[in-house]
Ligand binder design. Sequence first.
Ligand code: HEM
Length: 454
Amino acid sequence: MLSLLAPRAEALILFLFGSSILGFSGLLPHVKKYGLLWYLLYPYRAVKDHISAYRFLIDAPGIIQEGYDAAEGGYFVINDPDINYHVVADKKLMREIDHAPKDVLSLQAAAKAMLQPMYSMHRFDWPDVRGFDGTPLIRTVRSLLRNDLGFILPKTRVTNSAIIDDLFSKPGKQPHVTTVVRACISHINALAFFGEEFASNKEFMTAVEDFAFKTILISEAVRLLPGVIGRAVGRLMEAQFSAQHVIFNALLPVAQQRIDEQKLARSGHTVPEHRDVLQWVMEQSSRLRPWTADVTTPWTAERVVHELMALLFGAVHSMGMATTFAIRDICMHPEYVEPLRKEIEGPAYQAWEATGDGLPFLDSFLKESARINPLDNLSTRRKALRPFTLSNGVHVEVGDWLATPLMPMLRDAKHWADPLEFHGFRHVDPKTLASLENPDAFIHAQAASMHQPG
Ligand code: HEM
């Protein structure tokens, strides 16, 4: 028995010795740089980093706040199980991140890792670099959709009112706020994105209401489970949750029809007029020129639909959460009901509905709700596609991420008076605030507004 074990024991010792030599040779440059103690403490540090990375899953806000406090508003690093975040809170550095070339620091690549569109958005393999084949989405959202608010908003008021009446007229328990918000926000977006026919299609709307939640569920599972298991579970969930496929399959023929109509219109035929995000994105993608994009081929129907799904997710998810928080805040601070109702029932509402501008009290209330309840702990996430160095010397390697500590900044007493208190009119300018019937009731908010950062 011993004679059988002995060669194995020798082999084991040899193996361990050989691997330590190999391991040591790999770490040798670091030992030279940081010293032998660095090497001896390496296993301890590796385990500690691992535990801290998994702690991030449970207590991300706490870890980010700790990092922010320790760095006194400067730079710090945090790890989640698969990402190294280099977090900067300095305004100048934030601007550097935002203005970095898109093929160096990429929001798209970061969003792709977070949302896993290969599993959650009908196998959309979106490009890491934005802009090489145009920015139809950005142009559409920033100008065309913005300019058309006067056309969309009156319709959304009428349909939201009908949706709410319908939900509350059903017998039994009253619907939960998230059900009401999800129905209204999905409808608003479907109307603006795809027009009235889609917005009144029951099967399509059920899928739209389900889509954002299932996107989060699938992407979190794929990200959190280890490599091959995560991908297998992702495929299973993709097959199981049909919302993404219902939306894609319903939109694809319509996108193709719009592309065909555009070709017909160019050859002089009369075609129907469409006024929605689908149409604008398709038109913008067919107007690419060599000075606006490296690749100027118009987007296929499939690409248009995929991009719209990504946009739809962003719009429904963020607006839904922000609206739910705002409703919760008005319930918790009923003193705002009267002045807000007065503003909405007054002439300012018509002006807002025609342009999307105005309603300073409601605007401030929503801003304050978003400040107190940020939708994420970090913001301005960018994945490095190439090495990048900030002006303060912080260097990130390919695959590292940069981000800004959104939540701690929004709760920093250096920037906000009473940062943890809700002051719904904090963001209203003093002159407008004075126009209230009882401005003294909100005077504290006026003081708070003077301390906010520019
Ligand atoms: C309360 C509502 C919303 C919130 C809080 C929100 C938040 C954000 C955030 C944090 C980003 C990333 C910015 C960055 O890292 O630089 C972003 C990007 C974006 N959002 Fe929203 N969003 C909202 C609503 C919408 C809606 C309704 C749309 C479209 C109709 C939209 C379209 C976009 C687009 C296209 C981008 C990418 C911009 C780029 O590539 O530069 N968002 N949004």
